[in-house]
Design a protein around this ligand. Structure first.
Ligand SMILES: [Fe+2]
Length: 403
């Protein structure tokens, strides 16, 4: 959870720094194009950060062959695990030092990218990992850092933050600094097509949540609105296609670009109650982040139905091309129904069996604290509102009476 000073610092950071989007490559062969850029930029001794699955399944053979042909001496670190720990980062830093690496090339989902960000920072810093945690703590330029995103959801390839678990304290530590933006990123359809259906659905709905929460945030700007709206258009159109036909390369690429734009929007405008509640649910029951978000999203949109009616209506008009519905509130309802239907189409259940009534009070308390300290939400929830949402998730009812 982000603390109050961290939320303040995040807002200050966004005011002080103009965050540029990283250069991106997408489509077939994008990973090699990115590696080519890295080599042309002078790297000869990269650290490849990935997970053992990608490596063992030969999905990086072409990359390793390309780098070998270019005369590179590659060190491989394939110890990435979900929710990477300080120990993982320390192993990576040791590999960088042993291999005298001059760059970091991450291939994977949010866990690989987050761990690689902090490896690239820690390897050039004299600070301990604990001292690098927090806002604007990076004291040296990172090793040049390149990212190939193999999932389409976290947006980590375009965010200024990384999350690493401290196994001593059992807390997640946030590392936030504009220096964590990579030099360049790639979305390679040869890798994206291998993402299984449930992960496609969960990560895609996570990206949609990023875009919608940024679009209704009070910290939004014209630039974040543009990125968020484009992301919503791409994900609504192409996520069902990518889910039903994983080999559709065009759909995969469009969802990846939507996720990238959504990440760009939320890293500046922030998130909202979907994330505030889902973080607590995941902490209690280890629920995958995207799945928890996808289940919560329509319910939180219904909570914001009145206050964000104009915003939702604008999105609905964009998606319909026009709308015959006469009032913004009706168009807003159409948008919420559309999000609900999209979740169903990609196999998201309406309820979570794991939820336990005894945990509702602490989930609600921590969710409200996270939102209060970190997000510019359009309307403040009460504890009873969170409880109503949790009850509806528990019993599988789509409608929530917030009166
Ligand atoms: Fe998320």
């Amino acid at each position: 959870m982000i603390s109050l000073p961290m939320a303040f610092a995040l807002r200050a950071m966004n005011r002080l720094y103009t965050l540029e989007k990283p250069l991106t490559f997408s489509g077939k062969g994008a990973m090699i194009k990115l590696a080519d850029l890295m080599v042309r930029s002078g790297s000869r001794r990269p650290l490849l950060v990935t997970d053992s699955f990608l490596l063992k399944n030969g999905m990086l053979d072409g990359l390793l062959e390309f780098l070998a042909n270019e005369g590179c001496d590659v060190t491989v670190y394939d110890g990435i695990i979900p929710n990477p720990t300080f120990a993982v980062v320390e192993e990576g830093v040791a590999a960088i030092r042993a291999g005298k690496c001059d760059s970091v090339f991450a291939v994977g989902g949010g866990s690989a990218i987050d761990a690689a960000k902090v490896m690239a920072a820690a390897s050039t810093s004299k600070k301990s990992l604990d001292k690098l945690a927090g806002i604007l703590k990076v004291d040296q330029p990172l090793l040049p850092f390149y990212v190939v995103a193999t999932t389409s959801g976290t947006g980590s390839e375009v965010t200024t933050a990384a999350v690493i678990s401290d196994t001593q304290t059992h807390k997640k530590k946030f590392f936030v600094d504009p220096k964590y933006l990579p030099v360049a990123a790639a979305f390679d359809t040869d890798l994206l097509v291998s993402l299984p259906g449930p992960m496609t659905a969960g990560t895609g709905m996570d990206a949609l949540t990023h875009a919608i929460e940024a679009f209704i945030s009070r910290a939004r700007t014209p630039a974040t609105d543009r990125d968020a709206a484009t992301a919503i258009r791409l994900i609504v159109e192409f996520l069902p296609v990518a889910y039903s036909n994983g080999n559709d390369e065009h759909a995969r690429e469009m969802v990846a670009l939507g996720s990238f734009l959504a990440g760009n929007a939320f890293t500046r405008a922030g998130l909202g109650y979907v994330h505030a509640i889902s973080h607590q649910i995941s902490a209690h029951y280890n629920t995958p982040h995207g799945l928890a978000n996808a289940i919560l999203l329509p319910r939180v949109l219904r909570f914001n139905r009145q206050v964000s009616a104009e915003r939702f209506a604008e999105l609905e008009r964009m998606l319909q091309g026009n709308s015959s519905a006469p009032y913004a509130l009706i168009q807003a309802d159409q948008f919420i129904e559309r999000v609900d239907a999209l979740a169903s189409t990609v196999g998201i259940p309406v309820n979570l069996d794991d939820l336990q009534q005894k945990d509702f009070a602490s989930i609600a308390k921590d969710a409200l604290a996270e939102a209060r300290s970190s997000y510019a939400v359009p309307k403040v929830m009460r504890k009873s509102d969170v409880t109503k949402i949790l009850n509806s998730v528990s019993n599988g009812s789509r409608s929530v009476d917030f009166a």
